[in-house]
Design a protein around this ligand. Structure first.
Ligand code: GDD
Ligand code: MN
Length: 368
């Protein structure tokens, strides 16, 4: 009797918290106005930084995609920072730059690979003095033609410090990744309307340069270049938002599972360390972002385990001959018919694997 009550309580908390949070954000915040001074005519100078390691397959398409942007080219600067790729990536960049002399492209080549974040820190030293906004973007992330304009218009408001976009898979609208994204995009935008979201997307993350400079170099403890600096800026009191009027596409790769686990690992490290890091740097300011932070910290680090403990409790209880527990478990198995439910379960599994795997390998530099 006691065991099944414990299991039910755990299940209610495990699903109740994220579901109520989702509905709360969706009903109360998602469609609220931004309350920001948006200026579609604002044209700050933008530096786009693309880190590359073995990106021969995508880099030309990536540069073309930036070249097609509806944004004054003399207000753009592109820095590709390559870490000793052996697949011809830097040569392709050089060739492309020669053929497109009306856009400023800088190629930086690191003699050895040290990982994405160190490469970006190196690139930050080469940003033009008059640049206002810095965008980090992956080589395999593709933007809409007006994406830069959509992003920069929010920076017209001086309270905005970081902006990221929605992302969707490039190939496979029905892929589980698409379902995952449709749920998370609502949450991220809702949080952004309140104040800021602690999870940003490396497919495109834009920063006000001044604020990025204030944090110093990008911290290397998480391995990500998106959520961590964005949250540090949110902890400073500035808005770090995910906008809803442009979508960036990224391909689903063959190694999707290991990549999802690696991203989860980075997020876990992010939630464990970033708030303290902000305190240590002396930039921490208490705002509504703090509450969002704790909910997401709970959802990323604690909540997945509740489900696992509930499952274990049910199994023990069934072994002790409890019928109701068997019924609950059977019900759980039946609901796995719903794809959304399966996506949720897989995400929880990734998070648990990520937490455990971080104990021996933090994937700060990952295989490609
Ligand atoms: N210069 C350099 N050096 N670039 C690298 C290195 C490196 O050692 N390792 C990876 N990159 C580049 C890739 O070429 C790509 O352009 C970008 O960094 C992201 O790497 P991916 O291998 O495509 O990883 P991802 O898309 O799964 O990683 C995402 O998640 C991270 C958070 O966990 C990205 O969105 C990252 O931006 C994000 O920080
Ligand atoms: Mn990528």
């Amino acid at each position: 009797m006691l065991l099944e009550l414990i299991a039910i309580a755990l299940i209610v908390v495990h699903f109740g918290v994220p579901v109520s949070y989702y509905w709360y954000l969706r009903k109360k915040w998602l469609n609220k106005p931004w309350n920001l001074r948006e200026d579609p005519e604002y044209r700050p100078k933008v530096t786009i930084i693309i880190p590359t390691y073995r990106e021969a397959k995508y880099i030309i398409r990536k540069l073309d995609n930036i070249y097609q942007q509806d944004y004054p080219r003399d207000r753009l600067e592109v820095i590709v920072v390559d870490s000793a790729s052996d697949d011809g990536t830097p040569e392709l960049v050089k060739k492309w730059a020669k053929m497109h002399s009306n856009i400023r492209v800088i190629l930086l080549q690191e003699p050895i690979r040290r990982g994405m974040v160190p490469a970006l820190n190196y690139a930050l030293k080469h940003v033009s003095k008059d640049s206002d906004i810095i965008i980090f973007t992956d080589a395999d992330a593709f933007w809409e033609v007006d994406t830069i304009k959509k992003v920069t218009k929010y920076f017209a408001d001086t309270s905005v410090g970081a902006v990221t976009t929605c992302i969707a898979p490039l190939n496979g609208e029905k892929h589980i990744e698409a379902i995952y994204r449709s749920y998370y995009n609502v949450v991220r935008i809702g949080e952004s309307k309140i104040h800021s979201t602690p999870v940003h997307n490396g497919a495109l993350v834009a920063f006000r340069k001044k604020l990025l400079n204030r944090i110093g170099n990008l911290p290397t403890y998480t391995g990500n270049d998106d959520s961590t600096p964005a949250s540090l800026i949110a902890f400073m009191g500035y808005r770090a938002i995910q906008i809803n009027d442009t979508i960036v596409k990224e391909p689903i790769r063959k190694d999707q599972v290991s990549r999802k686990i690696r991203r989860a690992q980075h997020l876990v490290l992010h939630f464990i360390y970033t708030k303290n890091y902000a305190r240590k740097c002396g930039i921490y300011k208490r705002t509504l972002f703090n509450r969002i932070w704790y909910i997401e910290l709970f959802l990323h680090i604690m909540n997945p385990w509740l489900l696992l403990i509930a499952l274990a409790t049910l199994i023990v209880s069934i072994l002790m001959g409890n019928l109701i527990s068997a019924l609950i478990l059977a019900l759980g198995i039946i609901v796995t018919c719903f794809k959304q439910f399966r996506v949720w379960l897989v995400t929880q599994l990734y998070l648990m694997i990520a937490i455990v795997k971080n104990l021996w390998n933090r994937e700060i530099m990952w295989e490609r």
